[in-house]
Design a protein around this ligand. Sequence first.
Ligand code: SF4
Length: 342
Amino acid sequence: MQKSCLALYSGGLDSILACRVLMAQGIHLVAIKFITPFFGWDTKGREEEVCRDAVQRFGIPLVIQDISRDYIEMLKTPAHGYGRYFNPCIDCKILMVRKALEMMPDYNASFIATGEVLGQRPMSQRRDTLRIIERESGAEGLILRPLSATHLPPTRPQQEGIVDIGLLPAITGRGRKTQIALAREFGIKEYPSPGGGCVLADPILSVRFKVMVQEFSKLKPEDFVMAQKGRHFRLPGKSWIAVGRNRQENIEIEELALPGDLLARPDLPGPTALIRYWHRDDLDMAARIVDRYAKPHHLPHTISFWCKEGGDTERDIFTRKPFLQIQVNQPISGQLLDDYRF
Ligand code: SF4
């Protein structure tokens, strides 16, 4: 066995420490940060900067890989179900370990390390669950959890003398004291707070994701990014509208538009709306929804629609003549608004 491994890296303290305790034993390690619309997406487009930062702050060499498409497929029917919200934690980990397993030859790695701590999370870090992840990912004997390894059955890197388990910490449970002390030992001062970062465990967003997975026929990673901004409505012709709730969200919603999407604005102060998978028959209703959040609220208002094209640079879309303008004469009722909201 080579003295080298791939480490699953979330950027949280546990994953940082799992890497550092192995590196302290002379293990050659490369950390992998998997990203999807549900976690790590803010890394997209600035991969080099994030990798440089991991080396500078934590001394950890990092690679970033987008696994969105496989992740979305898994999210539709996770074999082990969901946690409290729409978080398929066990299948999420199985998928990540499988991906790491595929990457091992490229990095000459002989095992996989994770920052999991026995007993820290109710669903995915129980002893039996750790075993399931190992078995179903096809990585039996190859997953070392350095923070809890002394409490777990021996793995191949331990049996073959590559890792000295006696030098590893023996952490279990939800407490953070040992990790904080260990971070201090390694000179790590700043790190993200635990538990954050995965919107599948968000009580509000998880409900919207569930509706999307159950009712939308085609889904791409950018759809789940769009679902995280603004108010959302689905119209009878299957048009999907996101309406910004404040100035910042209006800007963010503009930036999320893809070629073929519509952006809409009222002729008075009000929201920007992004309309995806649109159908012409829905646009009168879309205009009434946008109008509902425009101020002042006396009618009529004109709502203008622009279509995002492939060559558009950020935010130049509104300088063109609108593709369509609709005058709203009748306000939308609260009942109808609720019927379309999701
Ligand atoms: S909280 Fe999210 S990222 Fe973490 S294991 Fe669960 S589904 Fe995966």
